[in-house]
Design a protein around this ligand. Structure first.
Ligand SMILES: O=C(O)c1ccccc1NCC(=O)[C@H](O)[C@H](O)COP(=O)(O)O
Length: 286
C-alpha cells in the first residue's frame, strides 16, 4: 500500500506511515499498564540538580547516517547512569531499527519511565507492548470535529487519548504548530511535546518550540508538562529550550552519537550547572 496522506509530509514520513498501516496489530488482550509517573521523574531530576532529560534509544532514522547496533539495554542503562530522568525507545522497526522486544527488555532493566516512540494510528496498536508513556502525534490523528483531518486509516486524537488512558498509559501528545497545540489541549492532553522537526521537510528549527510554547494559554500552563523534542545537541540548546519554557527535553541523535553516558551527563548535568551559574551572576549583578 502506498497512501499519500495529502498533508505535504516528507516522502520518508509517508513511507513510515505506510509501514505503520500495514504492520500487524496484536491479536491478544488489551494491555493494562502500571505506569511510572513521567512528571514525577522530571521533578526528581530537578530536585537532584539535573536537567530533566528523556534520552532516546534510536538505532537509526531517516536523517541519521548508519545504524548503531549496540544492545539497547546497554545503551539504556548507560543513559540512566548518565542522569536521564526517563527514556524513549523506538519500536518502529523498518525506518528506526526499533522493536517492541527492545522496549520490553529496556523497561525490565531500568526503573525510570519509558516512552514508546512509534507512529501509532489505531487503538489496537497500543496493545503491542507495555510502556509507561505512548507517543500520539497530533498531525497524524483526526479530531472529533474533523475525523478526516488525520492521515488515512487513523483514529482520532480524542479516541487514542482515551484508549491510552484506559490501558493505564500516560500519553505524550506531539505537536508542531500552534493549531495542533490548540487541538491537543482541547482534547485534554496533559503532557505535550513540541517537535522542532518539521515532518514536511525533516528540517529542525529550535524556534518552533519557542513559538509554540509561547502560545500555551496562561491558565493552562500549570496543568501541562511541556517537552522540547528534536534538534537539541548542546548545553546552549538546552538552556535555550529551558528559557522558552521546556519542563524537559527529548534528545536522540546527540546522545546516540558517541559515548551515550557522557553525552547524557553533559546535557543533564552541565546545562543544569550552567543554569545555576547564570542565576548566581544575575543575582550578584542586580
Ligand atoms: O529523526 C528522524 O530522522 C525522523 C524522521 C522522520 C520522522 C520522525 C523522526 N524523528 C522522530 C523523533 O521524534 C526524534 O527521534 C526525537 O524527537 C529525537 O530527535 P533528535 O534529538 O533530533 O534525534
Amino acid at each position: 500500500m502506498n497512501t499519500s496522506s495529502g498533508q505535504g509530509l516528507a516522502p520518508a514520513v509517508e513511507r513510515i506511515l505506510d509501514a505503520a498501516r500495514t504492520r500487524d496489530s496484536p491479536a491478544g488482550d488489551r494491555v493494562a499498564v502500571d505506569a511510572r509517573d513521567l512528571p514525577a521523574a522530571f521533578e526528581t531530576a530537578t530536585a537532584a540538580g539535573r536537567t530533566p532529560l528523556i534520552a532516546e534509544v534510536k538505532p537509526t532514522s531517516p536523517t541519521t547516517d548508519g545504524t548503531r547496533d549496540d544492545d539497547p539495554v546497554e545503551l539504556a542503562t548507560e543513559m540512566v547512569d548518565g542522569g536521564a530522568a526517563a527514556l524513549s525507545v523506538l519500536t518502529e522497526p523498518e525506518h528506526f531499527g526499533g522493536s517492541t522486544d527492545s522496549l520490553e527488555r529496556v523497561r525490565d532493566a531500568v526503573d525510570v519511565p519509558v516512552l514508546r516512540k512509534d507512529f501509532l494510528l489505531r487503538e489496537r496498536q497500543l496493545d503491542a507492548v507495555e510502556s509507561d508513556v505512548v507517543l500520539l502525534i497530533a498531525r497524524f490523528l483526526g479530531s472529533e470535529d474533523d475525523p478526516d483531518a488525520g492521515v488515512e486509516g487513523a483514529d482520532t486524537l480524542e479516541s487514542m487519548l482515551a484508549a491510552a488512558r484506559d490501558r493505564g498509559f500516560q500519553a505524550l501528545v506531539e505537536v508542531h504548530t500552534e493549531a495542533e497545540l490548540e487541538r491537543a489541549l482541547a482534547a485534554g492532553a496533559r503532557i505535550v511535546g513540541v517537535n522542532n522537526r518539521d515532518l514536511a521537510k525533516l528540517e529542525v528549527d529550535l524556534g518552533t518550540f519557542e513559538r509554540v510554547a509561547d502560545a500555551v494559554p496562561a491558565d493552562a500552563r500549570g496543568d501541562v508538562t511541556l517537552i522540547a523534542e528534536s534538534g537539541v545537541a548542546t548545553t546552549d540548546d538546552v538552556a535555550r529550550m529551558r528559557a522558552a519554557g521546556a519542563d524537559a527535553l527529548l534528545v536522540g541523535s546527540a546522545i546516540m552519537d558517541g559515548d551515550v553516558r557522557e553525552n547524557t551527563r553533559r546535557l543533564a548535568e552541565e546545562s543544569a550547572a550552567d543554569a545555576v551559574d547564570s542565576s548566581d551572576t544575575t543575582e550578584t549583578t542586580q
